[in-house]
Ligand binder design. Sequence first.
Ligand SMILES: C[S@@+](CC[C@H](N)C(=O)[O-])C[C@H]1O[C@@H](n2cnc3c(N)ncnc32)[C@H](O)[C@@H]1O
Length: 219
Amino acid sequence: MMLYHPQLTDYLESLVPERPAILQEMEAHAQATDFPIVGPVVGQFLYTLARLIGARRVFELGSGFGYSTAWFALAVRENGGGEVHHVVWDETLSKQAQEFLSRLGVMPLMRFHVGEAVQTLQQVGGEYDLIFCDIDKQGYPASWQVVKQHLRVGGVALYDNMLWSGRVWDDADNSPATRGIRELTRLIAEERDFTFSLLPIRDGVLMAVKLRTGSTREP
Ligand SMILES: C[S@@+](CC[C@H](N)C(=O)[O-])C[C@H]1O[C@@H](n2cnc3c(N)ncnc32)[C@H](O)[C@@H]1O
């Protein structure tokens, strides 16, 4: 289902400032290979949000060839430096990401992992300012228990594809991916230690801010 009028999509894209040549090359690569990246409008949003909260530690789950990672890396570098974790289970994509991000000049920030993303976050551990999840959608609900534990108070969790091209509200669609997105939405909506918004940009980006740790929550 087309969610937006094409003129709205074109208008929003026209407002994204010109990207570094590497990012444009990555966009062309995604188009040529039909690879699902977040695209420039969401990329610019990721960058803006990371700048807004001064993110220095970012963990990305399901990173592909590093397009969304590149936006985070640019923001973290401008925030004064830190760590950006790229995780994908496909070695070839990880190598492609390393090439692109090396040419972008952000390698000192980068930490690359090949493996299942949620397990990797558990293994690597630590606390993050921002965690972005774009793994297979049936894995979204289980990821939440891990993601929320690894956010600092005031940190932000982001999930992509939360409108799933309109399939979330299609009662006839009960595929594992659609159910995964609905279940994650329900879990986050029930959280008392988070506040969230579902932003209808591109395929829907859910943003959940950690207000407090569960143990310090007021009744
Ligand atoms: C939608 S793409 C990510 C695109 C990326 N956010 C961007 O805009 O550049 C998701 C990638 O994560 C991989 N992936 C999906 N589920 C995963 C998981 N549980 N662990 C690791 N990688 C996963 C997919 O194979 C794919 O390469």
